[in-house]
Design a protein around this ligand. Sequence first.
Ligand SMILES: Cc1ncc(C[n+]2csc(CCOP(=O)(O)OP(=O)(O)O)c2C)c(N)n1
Ligand SMILES: [Mg+2]
Length: 827
Amino acid sequence: MTEESEIEKTGSESAGNGPLTQELLAKMDAYWRAANYLSVGQIYLKDNPLLERPTTLDDVKPRLLGHWGTTPGLNFLYVHWNRLIRERDLNMIFVIGPGHGGPGLVANTYLEGSYSEIYPHIEQNKDGIKRLFKQFSWPYGIPSHVAPETPGSIHEGGELGYSLVHAYGAAFDNPDLIVACVVGDGEAETGPLATSWHSNKFLNPATDGAVLPILHLNGYKIANPTILARIPHAELEDLMRGYGYEPFTLEGDDPAVLHQQAAGVFDTMLDRIAAIQKAAREDGSTARPAWPMLILRTPKGWTGPKFVDGKPVENTWRAHQVPLDGLFQNPEHLRQLDEWMRSYKPEELFNEKGHFRADLAEIAPKGRRRMGMNAHANGGLLLKPLNVPNFRDFAVKIEGRGAKDVESTRVLGHLLHAVMQANKDTKNFRVFGPDETASNRLQDVITGTGKAWMAETLPVDENLSETGHVMEVLSEHMCQGWLEGYLLTGRHGFFSCYEAFIHIIDSMANQHAKWLKVTRGIPWRKPIASLNYLLSSLVWRQDHNGFSHQDPGFIDHLLNKKADVVRIYLPADANTLLSVSDHCLRSRNYINLIVAGKQPAPQWLTIDEAVAHCTTGLGIWPWASNDDGGPEVVMACCGDVPTMEALAAVMLLRERVPDLRIRVVNVVDLMTLQPQSEHPHGLPDEEFDQVFPVGVPVIFAFHGYPWVIHRLTYRRHNHDNIHVRGYKEEGTTTTPFDMCVLNNIDRFQLALDATMRVPRLKPQADAAEQWYSEQIQRHRLYVAENGDDLPDVKNWRWIGSPTANKSNSQSGEVPAGESSAGEDVAM
Ligand SMILES: Cc1ncc(C[n+]2csc(CCOP(=O)(O)OP(=O)(O)O)c2C)c(N)n1
Ligand SMILES: [Mg+2]
């Protein structure tokens, strides 16, 4: 149990070796006891909040849920941050890796007053404390973690590993901010956390804020010791030095000693930070600094029960969750709980009305300086709209449908470059990528800003810059985590990644989606900018890499998320990509997924058509259709390569069955396929039925796994007639068209599918199958012999049909590829 009463007795004279007077030390310790008391109370009690009577089973929650072990350490840090904020007028937020210590953060934000201001029913009195206790891990109450509901948090900490990378993301472009970040020693074993230490090679002391990492070495995880606690201390310090930090250490379990030591160490660390920033900001130093970090060795479950049932608990893994359980079966545990809670001397901390002692409350910071009220932890409050130049200025000129090939993502790179330049002064836009920004053909964005880099540079390097706003590191985890931290503190960003490897951050995307979902129900959390993904280097065009790089499943992954959080776009060409990207960059509180190829590919829509098409999300392409309102087959497509194959299939069908009435439908916003009841973008059934008339077969060429389309459309009236071709895990390093053939999404297959599905063409079935076999045979022989696609495939161009629909005014404007030379219809 604690030594705090000893501290209180020793009066107000100076407390020897350290910055704290005895009076302040005593107050800080009492404050810490109050936070610990409120933390234990939240885990255990639903009544008797001030322990006015002996604790009985009636006071205890029926289900004891929460985590004690990490909490006293977090509370210790919080009270010390409070002193530093006050004395140095710091702008500080606290990122908690072991977010399972939620009770500690709730307790501290309550003690500083933030909690009651945000949640007025949790008053600063006995009733308020009772409600504070009861709501914790209670049905319809608050979660046990440092969740979105917790004031001052940008990080749940539920899934371990991301605290440090979030902290750095928050610090970028926030020169006045200090982000204290506690990393659990178990959390430190995760891959993302292990690599996050390297973020210091990207943090510019002149233009960014500071991160103050605390490695919380309480020795244990849930059931095991931690690696870093069981290697020699010198080795651990060397590890931190190797990561480029200046390690400090604090160790002990005697609060009287440790408070004083901690204050001294923290003063030194903050002096170091101030000196580093001064050197960079005033003295022009460009050296990469060794930022201070702390190794904090305190017992897990510090101040809790030392032994339970004869077994050690404090300073062991047994303290992780609820040190005393089975209270209803075990009166001794109930007695121990009562003793434990009284050890904090609540009667000295709260008066009989439940008001926190005024002289203790006053040592907390005031107003927005309180960590529970810091606007950076509610980034929407600080969000300035992104300045997005007119995307039409970057439009591709359509000189005939499909007439020329363009790298769509390169066009997007022009827009992103303009966005970067337009927001240069506000410094609130960064582009993130795992070493692939140029590979994904977005390299234009780098011009004029450069790639952030604080490590050594060599003459051979290009575009590395201490102030660069393009973030490249070969860690999808770091890209994602930095971006999340950046967005959560009220800025904007864009993440481009190879399609197959975005799966590395599946789990982080889950957590961000959950955060967004919950914040939508919390009025005081203001909307933040959306998390925008561009997936390029797509499954269909892995010419260099093959099977390992072929996986379009991130679409499936995001589809599982709450409909009001996720948007998925598959623009078929550069102009639709521009329109979609403009929309995504301006949006709020979404996860936007854009899937677009980087290889030269035909361009279909003028910019006006693209805007109109993206606005509805899916639509008939009249210039490619000849159904005049009554299709016999719908050729649907979603994604750039499938769109090209579908159009090529249309041309084959025109040759083989000239009178077949074909409708071409392109889908750019995948969510339009879902019923409106499932997703806000879902097309109403009547409109869907107009596009996909009941009874008419639909041959659907889809970029990703085919069942995605079935999953989205299974409630649609025409679902039985929707036949989907997509990626089915067939792949290797082969020609682009052979990839399509291997997965049966090629033009020959799609044309065959159409023939086989239209009832009146039944008599042609045998001949069609024969024709299909011949084409595939021809293809296989050619690619095997020549290592390249058939000339008629490779050089294929769209040729407009004289019988194309005339019903849509746009349809006649743009000539087909072959007859279009020189014509320019773009804006
Ligand atoms: C990625 C991930 N894996 C596993 C868990 C389950 N888990 C919750 S707490 C915990 C132990 C954490 O230990 P540590 O980081 O040392 O925190 P502390 O000791 O401060 O509680 C584990 C494994 C998790 N939350 N996240
Ligand atoms: Mg631990």
